[in-house]
Structures are given as C-alpha cells and as structure tokens.
Design a protein around this ligand. Structure first.
Ligand SMILES: C[S@@+](CC[C@H](N)C(=O)[O-])C[C@H]1O[C@@H](n2cnc3c(N)ncnc32)[C@H](O)[C@@H]1O
Length: 524
C-alpha cells in the first residue's frame, strides 16, 4: 500500500487519487488523512445518463485564423471567430492545426491549483501559480443529468446527510452533478465578491462549464465564484464568504433555490438557524409591535457575521421573534370570541373552518413572501431576506438528515364558507373577493409564463440578475395577488366571526350572478 505521507495533497492530471473510488487503499488513506469525502476525479463530463451529442460535420464551426510564427495571437487568439462565440475549434478542422490555442477544455489546459482546508467552509481550492484576468482555470466536470434527475439527486443527497452541494446548472434542461465524479473545480467555494466566474463554452457540440479568472489572481489566493445562478442545493446554507456585500445565503438568487428549502440543524455554523438576521433594514420589518432586535435590523459587517453565526442560543433572535409573531397572530384570531353565535353544531363547523383558514393563511403568506424575497434579493450586495415563515422546529437527532414533509397548500373553499355566513352582503363580499383573487392568480400565472424565458435566458447565459423591470413587474403582480388573498381571507374571518345566524336563515340572492360571473349559493 502506498504510504499516506508520500501522497501530496494536490490533484493534477497524474493525481494518485485518479479513480480512487475503486481503489480501497486510497479510500482508506483519505479517511485516515481526513481528506475530502471520496469522489472520482474526472477531466471530462460523464455521459452515462445520456449519450454525448454527435457533432455533424455541417455544424462544425471553422474559423479563418492563419498561424503566423511571428504573431502568437494569430493561432486562434482573441480575434478568432470561434473564441468570440465561446466555441472551441474542432481538431482536424482548425486551419491552425496543432498551433490552435482554442482547445483549452479539450486539452485540459488548466491553471495550477491545490486543495486546502478552509475555516468553516470545508475544502477549498487555491491558485498555485499567478493567474491572469480572463484565464481559463479549470473545467467544472461532473455527470451531465437532467433537471428532474438533479432535483431527485439533490433530495437524495440531503436525505443521506450530504451537506456540500455539487450540482450546478448547465442549461435550461440539464445540470452537472460533481458529487460522485468531478474535477478539482468541485472544491471551489462561493464568494459574494468572487475572483472567478463560470462561463459556458460549446465544445464538440456540447456545452461545458469553465471557471475563468475575473481578475489577476496571485498564487496562494483562494479561488471562488458566485454560486448564485448555479446553485442547486436544497438546504439553505449560511454564506461565510466574509465579503462586505455578502448576500447571506449560498445561491439565494438561483433558480434551483427552492422555496421549501430548510436549514440543516447541527453544530455547523453554516447551517445554524439561530441568530439569523431576517431584515437588513428597519423598513423591511413587518409591522408588529414586537420588540426590535438589534441583530435583525442592521446589515452586519463580515466579522460580526462570523461572530454571530457561531452563537447557538436562539433567545431573542430575529427569527425567534418572527416565528413568535406568526404564532401569536394565529392564536389571537383563533380565540376570537364567538359572541352571538348560536351554540349548536354550527359553531363547531365555524371553528373548524376558521382553523382551516388560519392554517391556510399562514402557509400561504409564508410561501408567497418567500417568492418575493427571492426576487428582491436580486439586487446585489444585500442580505437575503428569509420569508417570514415560522422558524423551523429543531429536529431530533434521529431525523436530523430528513427533510420535513412539505405541507400541501390548502385552498379556502368559498362555497363552504358562505354556507356559514348569515347575510347576503357577507356572501357577496366573500365571492367578490374570491373573484378578485382568482383574477390576480391568473394574471400572475400568465405574467410568469411571459417572463419565464427571460428569467431562464438570464440565468443560463449570464451572471446578471433578472432585469429590474421584470422583477418589479413580478413583485407588483405578487403583491396584488397577496392583497387579493388577504382581502378574501379577511372578509371570511370578519363574517364568520361576526355571523349571528346560521346559514339556513340567510337571505340568498337567488339566481343572481356577481360581476365575476359567479352564481351565489342558493338554499338547497
Ligand atoms: C461545491 S462545494 C465546495 C467544496 C466544499 N467546501 C467541500 O468541502 O467539498 C459547495 C459546498 O461548500 C460549502 N461552501 C461553499 N462556499 C461557501 C461559503 N461561502 N460559505 C459557507 N459554505 C460554503 C457549502 O457547504 C456548499 O454546499
């Protein structure tokens, strides 16, 4: 067996860890050395999931560069048509032949880098030589899988307790999973102020992801890129990049950042839910009369951020406060005095209905506000706003790695509700509000269909956030829908709580249709 101390902690083309997954000695060595968890080192994407596309001859892009010995840039340098369109030249077709410099992915023309152990962020990658701005550093290799498969795997990994996420988006339909197979690029951590960026190149007909230097990077510097549009982690991970403009969480702006993500709960500061600042300005805080908490309302500096995350006590934290406020609101509404309501079986129905409504409302608001928070966080250098959903409960050690079941969002059944209402005015108000809510919902849905290609295009092809106008449109429509929902639920609560008669006593506007074309209920 190879002696552990003889193996350098550097992984290059001749890395001793190449294919180590099938080499039990090396796996043992890694475990003994407390190195990164085993993975298979690959230098080209793995196409086990689907076949590699076959490039048709007519699709091969041939540049018109001509190699001239006295001009090094002549052989597919910056002016090469293929370089300009982020396409690598195809060997055998490039007029510069062996001199072609535009085959960096194919030739694994990587910058030197090496692994190191970070503080609090697991393993990371360092530049092991001076790197120039714009230089290709390394390809992000892994298994090319569909989005659906990525979702499935991401869930499986979480269930298995794999906390480091290695899935990035490749295009609108596919992702690259470097969890089990990947290059050293899988160790590059996220930074909100990165020195690298991802760029997509077409190589022999397939899209590939490269890590490129955004600036000159001196040897010994940690390499980092912004995960925002690449992130596919399920769990929310507290960002410890330390940048002044830190957005708070990894991939807070990504498409893969799911609304029902949760926080890991253990001793790792990155996954701690305690003491998480919810709002970065006082205006953002909900109008509650709860005591203000200093952690919640101030944008925190890097050092403060690190300090705060290490705290494990949640007492007085903003997240605690908010969850209390939600619980308090529900409790108050649930305990509305039912004065005047005839005490018969109907009161049980009323209570049941109110419970249903209350559960609905808190869920819906948490869910919708999460959406808004995500869009708002598109502005750079801003703390990610967590939805004002109740703070996740601490899971027991036994269930630590399991994901909580997603609660199905129940809808208020307006017909059922009006059966509980006493007056036709009440029924009318509920129906009118329901109509408005439906209208707002369909408006939002059609807006989403309209802007989806723009969102995907932005996410796929650039690191820019979705344009402000699109985001604003979306926010406006979301707010409109929220308001419509709120009005509907408020009218239900108001009328159910204040109703003095049973449904049977009410006057029904028989056969009447309201402005939304909905029929009022008639007594059956
Ligand atoms: C692609 S991996 C990077 C390599 C990883 N550090 C490791 O040890 O394998 C992404 C994971 O690294 C961690 N990570 C990366 N950047 C981070 C950051 N800025 N703050 C906290 N954790 C980070 C998170 O656990 C994330 O899921």
């Amino acid at each position: 067996m190879t002696e552990a101390r003889d193996i350098p902690l550097m992984f290059g083309e001749d890395s001793p860890l190449l294919d180590f997954v099938s080499n039990s000695d090396l796996v043992l060595w890694i475990n003994k050395m407390e190195g990164p968890p085993p993975y298979k080192n690959i230098q080209q994407n793995d196409f086990s999931y689907r076949k590699h596309k076959k490039q048709k001859e007519e699709d091969i892009a041939i540049c018109n560069c001509k190699y001239e010995a006295n001009d090094p840039d002549s052989a597919c340098g910056e002016r090469c048509l293929n370089v300009l369109t982020s396409t690598e030249c195809t060997p055998g077709y490039c007029p510069c032949g062996d001199y072609c410099k535009n085959q960096r992915f194919q030739k694994c023309d990587y910058a030197k880098s090496k692994l190191f152990k970070t503080e609090g962020r697991g393993w990371g990658l360092l530049a092991d030589e001076n790197i120039k701005a714009g230089q290709f550093i390394i390809e992000y290799c892994g298994e090319v899988i569909s989005w659906k498969e990525a979702r499935r795997r991401s869930q499986t990994y979480e269930n298995q307790g794999v906390k480091d996420a290695f899935i990035i988006s490749l295009n609108a339909h596919e992702s690259i999973d470097a969890t089990k197979k990947g290059s050293l690029a899988r160790f590059i951590n996220h930074s909100c102020q990165p020195n690298c960026e991802t760029r997509k190149w077409t190589v022999l007909g397939e899209l590939r992801v490269g890590i490129f230097a955004k600036q000159d990077i001196p040897a010994g510097t940690e390499l980092a890129y912004d995960y925002n549009f690449e992130w596919y982690g399920g769990a929310k991970v507290r960002c410890l990049c330390g940048a002044a403009c830190c957005s708070g969480f990894l991939g807070a702006k990504s498409r893969g950042f799911q609304e029902d993500t949760y926080l890991w709960e253990d001793d790792d500061a990155r996954y701690s839910v305690d003491d998480i600042p919810l709002y970065d300005s006082e205006e953002d805080e909900p109008a509650t009369n709860l005591p203000k908490n200093s952690h919640s309302s101030k944008h925190e500096s890097n050092t403060e951020v690190k300090h705060d995350y290490s705290m494990t006590s949640g007492d007085g934290s903003a997240s605690e406060h908010y969850s209390q406020s939600t619980a308090l609101a529900v409790e108050q509404l649930g305990s509305i005095k039912m004065e005047g309501i005839a005490v018969n079986e109907a009161s049980i129905e009323v209570n049941e209905e109110k419970k249903l409504y209350l559960q609905d409302t808190s869920q819906m608001f948490a869910h919708k506000n999460a959406m808004i928070s995500r869009i708002r966080s598109n502005t750079p250098c801003r703390n990610y706003h967590i939805a004002p959903s109740p703070k996740p409960k601490k899971r027991s050690a036994r269930y630590r790695t399991r994901r909580p079941k997603r609660l199905a969002q129940k809808q208020v059944d307006a017909k059922l509700v009006v059966q509980l209402l006493g007056s036709k005015e009440a029924q009318e108000e509920v129906f009118t509000n329901e109509g408005k809510k439906k209208q707002a919902t369909s408006q939002l849905e059609s807006l989403y269909n309209e802007i989806r290609p723009a969102i995907e295009e932005h996410e796929r092809d650039s690191q820019d956030s979705v344009s402000t106008s699109v985001a604003e449109k979306w926010i406006e429509a979301s707010c409109f829908k929220l308001k419509a929902e709120f009005d509907l639920h408020l009218s239900i609560i108001k009328h159910v709580a204040c109703s003095t008669r049973r449904a049977g006593n009410r006057a029904t506007p028989e056969g009447m249709e309201n402005e939304h074309g909905m029929k009022y209920l008639t007594d059956q």
